[in-house]
Design a protein around this ligand. Structure first.
Ligand SMILES: Nc1ncnc2c1ncn2[C@@H]1O[C@H](COP(=O)(O)OP(=O)(O)OP(=O)(O)O)[C@@H](O)[C@H]1O
Ligand SMILES: [Mg+2]
Length: 250
């Protein structure tokens, strides 16, 4: 349902992504893993055009886009079919939890205030935060803020949710609660791509794992194949750092 072909991205004269090909089927959860600086966030940011890809093609459902020639209408369309959950939550500090969710619904999706609030409450309910709806981000824990970020993404009813290390800014005791919510989303077969260092979680939840190093996809397979039986030297080396967690026998 989503496929990317030949995605390239440079910053200045530094090539960051080379020839990224990625397929995500309807309802699938794909985990992207890889060393720091390998281009994981940039890949997600190119998919929803927070970054401008240099070239490549994107297919979402039956719509095909050429990154080189996007019309304004297509840019809006791509941004509407994807929703991002950020590592640092990216909430408006001067808006309540509820308003953080209603705002994009009203602005981008043209909901009435009443409908937006109804939808926001439904999503806050799902992430267990209805009672916190009138709190500002500074009055919420990191885990709660991230749950608002997830509720905001869900409310947009995107074709695909892009999670960029959704738990890595959280205190350790908050991580599990957020992972559980992401697991529920995955079990509801909402198509998602998740950049994560939580390899046990990836093994449990992801249908597919993609290992990126130096801006290239090095290895792709089922979670079990890539995480338990990696083939490429670079994957083996990377996973070696997590050996205790994955009970490796290398
Ligand atoms: N806006 C930018 N301008 C210049 N260089 C950038 C920009 N954004 C990212 N980069 C560079 O692109 C490379 C890939 O960055 P990216 O954030 O995609 O890595 P990552 O795999 O997400 O790493 P991490 O695990 O640390 O989040 C890095 O070398 C980074 O310095
Ligand atoms: Mg990143």
């Amino acid at each position: 349902m989503i496929s990317i072909r030949n995605l390239h991205k440079s910053f200045g004269d530094r090539i960051i992504l080379k020839n990224i090909d990625l397929d995500v089927a309807q309802g699938e959860t794909v985990a992207i893993i890889g060393p720091s600086g390998s281009g994981k966030s940039t890949t997600l940011r190119c998919i929803n055009l927070l970054e401008n890809p240099d070239r490549g093609e994107l297919t979402i459902g039956d719509k095909k886009y050429d990154f080189n020639k996007l019309s304004k209408h297509e840019i809006t369309e791509i941004r509407r079919t994807t929703a991002m959950v950020f590592q640092n939550f990216s909430l408006y500090e001067n808006k309540t939890a509820l308003e953080n969710i209603t705002l994009p619904l009203i602005k981008a999706k043209k909901y009435s205030k009443k409908d937006a609030e109804k939808e926001a409450l439904t999503q806050l309910e799902k992430v267990g935060l209805v009672d916190w709806k009138d709190h500002y981000p500074s009055q919420l824990s990191g885990g709660q803020q991230q749950r608002v970020g997830i509720a905001r993404a869900l409310a947009l009813k995107p074709e695909v949710i892009l999670f960029d290390e959704p738990t890595s800014a959280l205190d350790p005791e908050r991580v599990q609660g957020v992972l559980e919510i992401i697991k529920e989303i995955s079990e509801q077969r909402i198509t998602s791509i998740i950049v994560t260092h939580e390899l046990e979680f990836a093994l449990d939840v992801a249908d597919k794992v993609v290992f990126i190093a130096d801006g290239e996809i090095v290895e792709t397979g089922t979670a079990k194949e890539v995480l338990k039986n990696p083939k490429d030297e670079r994957t083996i080396k990377f996973l070696g750092h997590f050996a205790d967690k994955l009970e490796y026998v290398i």
